[in-house]
Design a binder for this molecule. Sequence first.
Ligand SMILES: [Zn+2]
Length: 405
Amino acid sequence: MNRIAEQYVKLVLAVGEQDADYVDAYYGPGDWRSEVRSYRKPLSTLESEASSLLAELGTFDTSNAEEPVRLRKLYLTKQLQSVLTRVQILQGTKLSFDEEAKALYDAEPPTRSVQQFEEILRQIDIVLAGKGTLIQRYEVYKKKFIIPIEQLDRVFSAAIDECRARAKKHIELPPAESFKVEYVRNKSWSGYNWYKGNSYSVIQVNTDLPIYIDRAVDLAAHEGYPGHHVYNALLEETMVKNRKWVEFSVYPLFSPQSLIAEGTANFGIEVAFPGKERIEFEHHVLFPLARLDPSSAEQYYKLSDLVSKLSYAGNEAARRYLDGLCSKEEAVSWLTNYALMPRERAEQRVRFFEQYRSYVINYNVGLDLVRRYIERRGGTPDNPIKRWKEFEQLLSSPRVPSALR
Ligand SMILES: [Zn+2]
């Protein structure tokens, strides 16, 4: 399989030459990238290469092999299927939102009804009782929780230090691991981890829109510890360095790996801060650092929990918009009405839909899938040691989404 793995890496790099968002990370041999750049293959050639690699991989009998080898074959198969799909999409193949989610992310996003969102909105309406529309009241309320720009770096640094300390207690991180934070503008996302190899990441924070206090822990845990940075560093250690499985030195963004990556990064926030620990940390450390009123932390996070239950309204907006069932303006209104996003945030989100399409499901479908998987294996909130153990194992193994169900 090593030879197929090498072909897979070169194939992903070649697709990346024609799709700027495709290669999220690559830290394998530099001459493979030069080789790919020296001759630009047409998409139709890349499509047939993906098909032949899949056919060849199918002939490997791993039924008597040890578990990691069986997982490796399944992982390569699912990843290659996603490469094939992405190349077909780049050549003009039209898939529905649900077909695309299945083909690229090995997942079946559920459909949620307007009534379900309305029920959650009713609960938020009670918390934020007053004059004006709900979104107006929500925007006014949230204004009190913006991190002043001059405090941003101190607040993020404190959140990162705390998340790193918490992750280190339970996961053996590579000794030299580190990352740096950069502040950027004009992006359709709010944060991004660029993994560079050798346990090093560059984490970018988009400052186009106001940054609220909850972003500090979300960003530190999701992009850093125990999220993307740790996930990439552990895969590099266990798969690339120890096993010499080169396929893990490349990370194609539009692939099943992203569902595991986003799902674990989001679930990692709950793992790092079980129960009331997050509110305590926010109250005692981050709110004072951000010069915000600590006595409001508890209510803010209760409300945030309610609002996060609206995340599937984002999937519905993306599905409707990408399937051509509503206009851009209607998608923005949908996000404002059902996902409670202020207009500018909603517009940024629709730009995200246009750039990354059904990728949106990876955050919430991924979170729910990972949570159920870890808890089914005994990693419940009342058993934090087991929860961290199962989480670390998931981060260090080549699991595919459909096998977590
Ligand atoms: Zn992420």
